[in-house]
Design a binder for this molecule. Structure first.
Ligand code: SF4
Ligand code: SF4
Ligand code: FES
Length: 527
């Protein structure tokens, strides 16, 4: 392995690492714009110039691979002068937009100006070249040509990752500008990633711009629930409100990217139809109930229904439910002798591709399968048929709106014949109309848990925002119910429930929240 000296400190790195990466491992920042670890090297911004001994001129660190014995200076007089000069050049025609620019707070021009430049502009405002502002490129991205530093990250993303080539550079000299290729729109399924990788405020996300200043936002590690890929995301929020998803690097799942459809699911989590308190049906209408009474009533009625004989109680769990809820529903089903069926429903024409997007639009289909829950439509159809025949005394639906997935009229007629229907969900969906009890549970942004993606990788999501209203964690509600029915405590948090799952189920054996860490781990490898 080559050994390199950077600013007087030695480090050994593997072959192929560039000087920016080697310095980063020592905690030394080499400023850069055009280099991005997920794209080819362009070497056009010159911001990463460093002095390397025995080389006659300054070298760009992004395109210089370390060699044994290399000695690099990132803070020498020559390097500092180059950093200042490059920044002055990049800012020559830059507009004074910071107060109204949505990139403020995460803009590399702002940051590097403060760290490496801090000189006054030699070009008066009136002398700057004017270019286009607020140009919509497609449904998700807005372009401000004046702010663009021509680093070509966006162009390379569209050439190398999506292969859709919507953007290119036109004109020459200080009139050189980024624009759409003639007749094109930036509307490929991954278009918003260009706004994430733009190091300045030239490309901004139309769904997020002007909604919040980034320094007010907090972030939590999470997982996208838009499909079975389970892309890793950062969920940005403030005071209980979700503002955006951004991709989180995971080399085994999504690299640096997420799709636009998944990104937009952030805005579906806080709809006006949120269920906010437990309710129990009175003579006709629902009446608010307290959690203790509601759960005691559910446990008693389920036990009474189970006493009617095998097959009297049915439970349906969808692949929207995390592993912890599936485990607790299995425990409940066992104690009641109930039939448990899984639902993994996606639209018949669901989109998919070879990059990230999966046709399975559920985050946890494999979690159901790995725990042995049947997901064939016939399993749910059998329960619907039993309900229609009047042989089902009680039915529990967990995140499972059957009217949306099977023939709605058949389901409605069947549900009308179920004497006792328990609905656990996040939103008011059609099955709620038929419920005897409605128990509001958390979205994945409000609780802790795990999903198993299409490749059986188990990944954690974290509580980002507080539970709204009287909503409770799904694992907590089902844990109380399971404890009530079995007489056994099920643990006071999601981690304990997952530990119980790992102890009981072969494919999860050896896994724990600690072992999953931030990147997840494969389930099958530990079986
Ligand atoms: S729009 Fe942004 S990412 Fe694209 S070339 Fe300009 S500065 Fe680079
Ligand atoms: S590919 Fe799937 S998991 Fe990834 S961001 Fe898109 S919808 Fe979400
Ligand atoms: S990051 Fe090296 S030249 Fe742009």
């Amino acid at each position: 392995m080559p050994k390199i000296d950077i600013d007087g400190r030695a480090i050994e790195v593997e072959e192929g690492v560039n000087v920016i990466q080697a310095a980063d491992r020592l905690g030394i920042e080499i400023p850069h714009y055009c280099w991005h670890p997920g794209l080819s090297v362009a070497g056009n911004c010159r911001m990463c110039l460093v002095e390397i001994e025995k080389m006659p001129k300054l070298q760009i660190a992004c395109n210089t691979r370390v060699t044994d014995g290399m000695v690099v200076h990132t803070k020498s007089e020559k390097t500092v002068a180059a950093q200042k000069a490059v920044l002055e050049f990049l800012l020559l025609n830059h507009p004074i937009d910071c107060p109204i620019c949505d990139q403020a707070g995460e803009c590399k021009l702002q940051e590097y100006y403060m760290d490496y430049d801090q000189q006054r502009s030699r070009v008066p405002l009136s002398g700057k070249v004017k270019k286009g502002k607020a140009i919509p490129l497609g449904p998700h991205v807005m372009l401000d040509q004046e702010r663009c530093i021509l680093c070509s990250r966006c162009v390379r993303f569209l050439d190398e990752v999506t292969h859709t080539h919507e953007l290119a550079f036109y004109e020459r000299g200080d009139h050189n500008e980024l624009a759409l290729a003639p007749g094109r729109t930036l509307d490929n399924p991954y278009s918003a990633n260009v706004a994430d990788i733009c190091p300045v405020g030239a490309l901004t996300n139309r769904d997020f711009r002007f909604r919040a200043r980034v320094w007010y936002l907090e972030r939590a590690d999470s997982v996208c629930t838009g499909c079975a890929n389970g892309c890793n995301i950062e969920l940005y929020h403030r005071e209980g409100r979700i503002f955006r998803y951004m991709p989180r690097f995971n080399p085994d799942v999504n690299q640096y990217w997420i799709c636009d459809a998944g990104r937009m699911t952030a805005y579906q989590l806080q709809s006006e139809g949120r269920l906010l308190r437990p309710v129990v049906r009175g003579d006709a209408a629902f009446a608010p109930a307290d959690w203790k009474d509601a759960l005691a009533g559910v446990a008693e009625r389920l036990q009474a229904a189970a006493a009617e004989g095998p097959g009297a109680v049915g439970i349906v769990v969808s692949a929207q439910a995390p592993n912890e809820e599936v485990y607790l529903l299995r425990t409940i089903a066992r104690s009641l002798g109930a039939t448990l069926a899984g639902v993994s429903w996606s639209p018949p024409d669901a989109d998919h591709d070879d990059l990230l997007i999966k046709a399975d639009k559920n985050p946890n289909t494999r979690g159901l399968v790995l725990q042995g829950v049947a997901t064939e439509p016939s399993a749910v159809d059998a329960l619907i048929a039993a309900a229609a025949a009047g042989s089902l005394q009680a039915l529990v639906l967990c995140r499972a709106d059957l009217t949306a997935w099977r023939d709605a009229d058949t389901v409605r007629a069947a549900l009308e014949r179920v004497p006792y229907l328990v609905v656990l969900d996040t939103e008011r969906r059609e099955v709620v109309e038929y419920a005897s009890v409605v128990l509001p549970i958390a979205t994945h942004a409000e609780t802790d848990g795990t999903f198993s993606n299409h490749a059986d990788r188990v990944q954690r999501f974290h509580r980002a925002i507080a539970l709204p209203g009287e909503v409770r964690d799904g694992w907590s509600v089902l844990g109380d119910l399971a404890a009530w029915l079995t007489g056994q405590p099920t643990g006071g948090n999601a981690e304990a429930v997952f530990a119980a799952l790992a102890a009981e189920c072969g494919t999860f054996r050896g896994l724990s929240y600690e072992r999953l860490g931030g990147a997840g781990a494969p389930a099958s490898a530990t079986a």
